[in-house]
Design a protein around this ligand. Structure first.
Ligand SMILES: Nc1nc2c(ncn2[C@@H]2O[C@H](COP(=O)(O)OP(=O)(O)O)[C@@H](O)[C@H]2O)c(=O)[nH]1
Ligand SMILES: [Mg+2]
Length: 374
């Protein structure tokens, strides 16, 4: 998960902070040499050539002058130590250099261009107004990148917490709550539905599954297998049956048996397949799901945003679940998809077990991406 992005960002931060640290030391040495020249030769004008770092060291400078006035000469290493412990403000070109390195790391990891731009603007504005401790530069830069990432990942106004949305709907008399899942073939829809059923059941709800993928060989058996494994009923028909009628039966069964959530599977389809899109549109029209969730693979690179946008033209998608994050070294989609599509991410699938479902939480995503502090 995020292995390559994590490494790239970490390398970029490390190499930038190392080069800045070297600069601080070099400048302290230069300053010391210039001071020695002044002291030895009384060449006051040389002071103009002392590289001026944009530092917070006025107090230190005063102290140095006072000390040298008294004839106490600071050693080079003392000055270097002082420089290292000082606060620095990065110059505009330093910040450009740093954000360029970050931008490349993110673009190479499939983060969308507009999100990368937002992110680097955010880093730029944070660094522009900030004094950093040159001793802990690396940690401070990690902290800044963390803040900028949290900002681009912050939940949108239309964010949905499924695990509170469903009980709230039930409490307000809207049971059974109907959730329709759709998306391309093989993305993990059926597995994800089972994971959600498992989580809902553990929270005291009574979900059931509608085996509305009547199209693909073995899909019904697969849904039954998952239903048995997590201990929830599966409503099914035969292959080739109308998926809408299966969902309709599932809702009727839920009403009759007190099941408060109906999780509706569907056959995988491409956004370009008009017949299959028509079929799921019918299901949407007849069943009127409380929520429609797109299940897509995190690994599918830049094209997923276009697929979702295309689906959304036909059926309003309320939320996205990105699966197979565990197989995705880049992870760019998980960072950008919500901002690019305007549709919130609800969960990440992180493996094949029923517990491998992680609610969308910016702080957790950032923890997965950035090297831990220290
Ligand atoms: N590694 C990994 N595999 C997953 C994840 N979600 C689903 N899968 C696997 O992806 C394959 C397709 O899943 P399935 O639920 O049948 O996809 P569907 O065709 O969309 O219903 C199966 O082998 C699942 O075990 C995930 O988050 N991580
Ligand atoms: Mg399936």
């Amino acid at each position: 998960m995020f292995d390559s992005l994590k490494k790239k960002l970490s390398d970029a931060i490390k190499s930038f902070s190392k080069s800045e640290e070297r600069k601080v030391v070099e400048e302290a040495k230069e300053e010391e040499k210039a001071k020695e020249r002044v002291e030895n030769g009384g060449m006051q004008e040389n002071k103009e050539h002392v590289p001026q770092r944009n530092s917070d060291d006025k107090h230190d400078a005063r102290e140095k002058n006072e000390r040298s006035d008294k004839g106490i000469k600071l050693s080079v290493s003392t000055n270097i130590k002082k420089a290292i412990f000082s606060n620095v403000k990065l110059s505009d070109s330093d910040i450009d250099n740093f954000t360029d390195q970050l931008r490349v790391s993110m673009l190479e990891s499939d983060v969308s261009f507009e999100v990368v731009e937002d992110f680097s603007e955010q880093v730029r504005s944070l660094l522009g107004g900030r004094k950093l401790s040159s001793k802990n530069l690396q940690e401070e830069l990690v902290g800044t990148v963390r803040e900028a990432l949290l900002d681009i990942l912050k939940p949108s106004a239309n964010a949905i917490d499924l695990m509170s949305f469903i009980p709230e709907r039930i409490a307000s008399g809207n049971a059974p709550v109907k959730v329709l899942f759709l998306g391309p073939n093989g993305t993990g829809k059926t597995t994800t539905i089972a994971k959600i059923a498992y989580a809902l059941k553990n929270k005291g709800m009574h979900p059931l599954l509608s085996a509305s993928d009547t199209f693909r060989a073995a899909a019904i058996e697969q849904t039954e297998h998952h239903g048995n494994a997590v201990g929830v009923p599966v409503i099914k028909s035969s292959y080739g049956a109308d998926p809408t009628s299966v969902a309709f039966d599932a809702v009727a069964y839920a009403k009759a048996h007190g099941n408060d959530v109906v999780l509706i599977d569907s056959a995988g389809r491409q956004e370009t397949n008009k017949n299959l899109i028509g079929e799921v549109q019918k299901m949407h029209r007849v069943i009127k799901p409380d929520l429609t969730i797109y299940v897509g693979e995190s690994v599918s690179g830049g094209m997923i945003a276009e697929q979702i946008a295309e689906f959304n033209k036909f059926i309003k998608i309320d939320g996205i679940i990105l699966t197979k994050l565990d197989c995705d070294a880049k992870g760019g989609n998980s960072i950008s998809i919500s901002k690019v599509t305007g549709i919130p991410v609800l969960f990440f699938g992180t493996g094949e077990k029923y517990t491998d479902l992680v609610p969308y939480d910016p702080a957790k995503v950032v923890d997965m991406i950035l090297p831990s502090a220290g």
